[in-house]
Design a protein. Sequence first.
Length: 568
Amino acid sequence: MSKDETLRALNDNSLPANSSDTSKGAYANLGKPNTLQWVQYTWPEYYSIKLADVYWLDGATEVGVPTNAYLEYWNNEKKRWLRIGNMPKQINAFNKLSVASIKTQALRLSIQNPKKSTGVLEWRVFGERTGEAAPAPIERRVPDSDVFKAMTNQYEFHGITTQNSAYKDSNRFRAFYAANGKNGGPNGLLAEVSQADIDIGLNHLEAAYECFIDLWGFTSPALNVEKQEDSPFYKMNVYSRTTGNTAMFENGWAFFETDYSSIAATEISVHEWGHAVTYAQKAWNSQHYTGQWWEGLAEWFADTYQTDPLCEEVRERRGLPISMKSMLHFDNNFHKTFLTLVHRDNKYDFWPFFTYLTNNPDNYSGLGRMVVKALFDNHTGNDESPLRVLAGLTDVPVQTILGRYWARIAYFDFNNAKISENYFNALKNASFRSKVFTNYSDLGGGRYRVLADRRPMYGGSTITPLKVTDTAGNISLTITKLSRQVDSNFTATLSVRNKTNGATRYLDLPNGSVQAKIAPTEEVSLVVVNTHNTLIEYDAEESEPTSPESIGLDYEVKITGASLTYLK
């Protein structure tokens, strides 16, 4: 940071002439593109905040206006940062965000640009003193030692103890298993597991902890969830048993069991540990509308551990395999796209939605690396659905996010080369293509109607390749909604991919219609998503065929210049 790019410049009451005016100084996080940076104001007393405004630094080549910028306040009761809203991103002006009289002692401004560093010329906050002294925000707790305490009598699990079983410690975990005639006692049902598998499993769990807790910033599951402020850090117990894979919670502690040697299989062990991480975030615990999201989120933790560069770096440091495969199962993840976004039949398979939000390939405000943590931190505990929380994190409509998510699913264009490669390999199978793409019946004359059993439910989609028949590549489509359901609507997109270089483009269908020119080197798919005008809050476990979220969108498509290959 040069002498002109200091934190002091944030609040020196300067009035910049424009966004490149650094004559009075500026703050910039130089050399840190595509990283979420933040600056914070903290006061010794509470203020009633009414307004905040920011004048962005735009330094041309190296520093640019953030594409993701939001304001948070410290909630002392909940002991966490809560989102206020997204900051506007205009240059050469103060960007104002009105605040509904929030009482706080600290504000945090988070900023990110995928290609450049970010900076601020001036950040002003307007409010009134309350005269009430305030404690400093308590940041995320960091353990005093890298070696956590071992559990003693905090809870009992089927009578398993260190006296009647074999066990192995790592810094943050203790693995119980059967060996030398010790199997956890009459009810322990511990499985015999090789020492090699125990060592591999513990090493991977330590790597997952470093990735998601130390580097990503999630609250540690080594703390008691009921008293995180003063709980010691304890090793998490992992039980290798003969009974299955399950995460459990007792007296505020999280632990889990794995089936036989599955502790060494990260798609299982990190999945179950992901439940413990979710439990530690507290916000989704005992909530009606979050229940069926837990399994998909645990899958996201496991797949992200295996494919994200941040976790790959940790594995490399720990001598573990750097490159691992994605867990995506195309028969499940692709064949059931018409189901609700979260459904009892896809609760393990919808996790790519979290990957899309995290990778944020469309650079939507409020999304990105910290969005999953933000879904926890900003849940108010009043039974709201994760989609409702998401709506408060971004100024992009959730309907638009769902539409573009499914549009990118058409070619798995998530900035994740491993997933894309697996997908195009799967497409080589003719049976797979027929199963996943047969969504319509032919009405004749270029008209097609979605099949009754493939009508997309709320948040679900139909994804169908088009065969371009016009020699010049000119096509047109019009979608007519036939559903009479109140408030029903759809978001439709043409997903276009260059078969030579893999480049993609996305064409929206405003009002259900579009005209496009498709090059000979391009392939194109029609994606239609059921997106109600207002968000539907539902518990996927309790959904019935007549529930609003379960009623599929009935529609037909008129196409000229192209046809559908897979029909019933």
